[in-house]
Design a protein around this ligand. Structure first.
Ligand code: ACO
Length: 431
């Protein structure tokens, strides 16, 4: 038991317990501070606040470490698949052969989208942003499967295996349907195929011509989804937990996570990277002008795909994806001028004092778009791909919230800085 931290406010000394995580992470337990003193801790954006205890993912941003349930991301990248890692993230252990088969069967059995639900697409204009469609479609699952979405933790957890598999599988299918809807193509029915092959079929098959995936494409897709499987308390995952903490069912909580992911500083960054690389290419720049502008300090000129809210070192996922990029393009016999620009930008930024002194390194999004592009996935679908990959992490986090008997609703405090009390002014007296 560590000695408590002592906080002195005016003449009063308050002892706050110290908490230590399994990897030695330390926190000051301030839960009773307001009750004991009337003070709260101020931490805009929660950058230094532990909002929960979690056994899913360990992230050490200073040292570039990412582990799911104790397994390092580079080992999972080398040996695992997206589906196996999804099971690990959700259930806490690598599956044995029987568990892996049962999980795979559940994913396959729940890949389809009901005919009635398919009609929802008729209401979306073709140019509806894909993430807006995905968020509302996933929220609708609560309407199509009300028995799995009762907003009662005990009942929802009894059906968790089914709702979790359904969410992962259908988010993948809905993602492919969104792509086809925006292109005016007919939907394909899922087949009895492995997860990633089925996604490629749902995306790219034609009514009389099945898409035949080459192993390099399936492997690259597997890798990239696995790389996104979970990432600790980021904006969308914290959103899932926050919404879930109110008692909301899994599907509703996931829809909120998808909405949070859609912003350009979070899941939208991979598309922003591609737009940046394309505009550098179109202007005939080698990136020099862009780097000079990015150093100006304006948020709108940032080097997209660089920097991270928690990593002050290489994002370990960026290393794996960066290496995979070259390999995939070579195996597909493709070259991409945007990959050359990205590599030049990375080399230039890593030598530049502005980026070195601020510890700005490539993040997961810097190279992922180039792989998506090589697989034939258009830029406006990149964030949907991220959502498909992130679904296991959101589900695992919702489950932690729902299964915690001591959990409470997420309800931060604030420092009010608005007008002090004043009297109502009748309309006739307002200037
Ligand atoms: N390009 C240029 N300068 C940058 C960049 C960048 N990409 N990122 C941060 N900086 C600078 C800031 O201007 C600031 O400089 P200053 O100290 O002179 O004011 C300094 O680095 C620190 O920046 P913060 O905003 O404090 O960094 P923060 O940790 O809040 O932001 C973020 C992290 C939002 C990811 C930021 O680095 C960024 O905007 N990156 C580009 C967008 C991006 O790639 N997002 C994807 C993140 S990964 C993900 O969500 C999966």
């Amino acid at each position: 038991m560590s000695t408590p931290a002592l906080l002195k406010i005016d003449d009063k000394e308050i002892a706050c317990p110290i908490m230590t995580g399994t990897e030695g992470e330390k926190a000051i337990d301030a839960r009773n501070l307001r009750k004991d003193t009337g003070y709260i801790f101020y931490d805009q954006g929660y950058g230094n606040t532990g909002s929960c205890e979690s056994a899913i993912t360990f992230l050490d941003g200073d040292n570039g470490i990412l582990r799911h349930r104790g397994y390092a991301i580079d080992q999972l990248a080398a040996h695992s698949t997206f589906v196996e890692t999804a099971y690990l993230v959700i259930y806490g252990e690598l599956p044995n052969p029987k568990q892996r088969k049962q999980f795979g069967d559940l994913l396959r059995q729940n890949a389809h989208v009901e005919t009635q639900m398919q009609r929802l697409f008729e209401g979306y204009p073709k140019d509806t942003p894909p993430m807006a469609m995905l968020a509302s479609l996933v929220a609708s699952l609560a309407g199509y499967y009300p028995d799995l979405a009762t907003n009662n933790f005990e009942k929802d957890l009894q059906q968790f295996d089914l709702s979790a598999a359904m969410a992962i599988s259908k988010i993948r299918t809905l993602g492919a349907m969104i792509y086809r809807h925006t292109r005016g193509l007919p939907f394909m029915h899922p087949k009895d195929l492995p997860f990633c092959d089925n996604f490629l079929h749902l995306m790219f098959s034609e009514p009389y011509q099945d898409y035949v995936a080459i192993p390099e494409v399936t492997n690259a897709l597997n890798l990239i989804l696995l790389m996104h499987a979970d990432h600790e308390q980021n904006c969308s995952t914290s959103t899932v937990r926050m919404v879930g903490s109110s008692g909301a069912n899994l599907f509703t909580s996931l829809a909120a996570g998808i909405a949070a992911l859609s912003g350009p500083l979070h899941g939208g960054a991979n598309a922003a990277v591609m737009q940046m690389l394309q505009s550098i290419h179109d202007e005939g720049d080698d990136g020099t002008r862009f780097i000079a502008a990015a150093k100006g300090g304006s948020k709108s000129n940032r080097l997209m795909g660089f920097g991270h809210a928690v990593y002050r070192n290489f994002d370990p996922r960026a290393k794996v994806i960066g290496e995979a990029c070259g390999v995939v393009l070579k195996k597909l016999g493709k070259s991409d001028p945007l990959l050359d620009i990205a590599q030049n930008l990375e080399q230039a930024a890593l030598k530049d004092d502005y980026f070195i002194s601020r510890k700005l390194y490539p993040n997961v999004d810097f190279y992922s778009g180039i792989i998506f592009r090589a697989l034939g996935i258009p830029t406006n679908m990149f964030t949907v791909m991220f959502a498909i990959g992130r679904s296991p992490g959101w589900i695992a986090n919702w489950r932690e919230v729902a299964s915690n008997p001591k959990g409470r609703i997420y309800r931060p405090r604030q420092i009010y800085v608005g007008p002090v009390k004043r009297d109502y002014v009748p309309m006739a007296q307002r200037g």
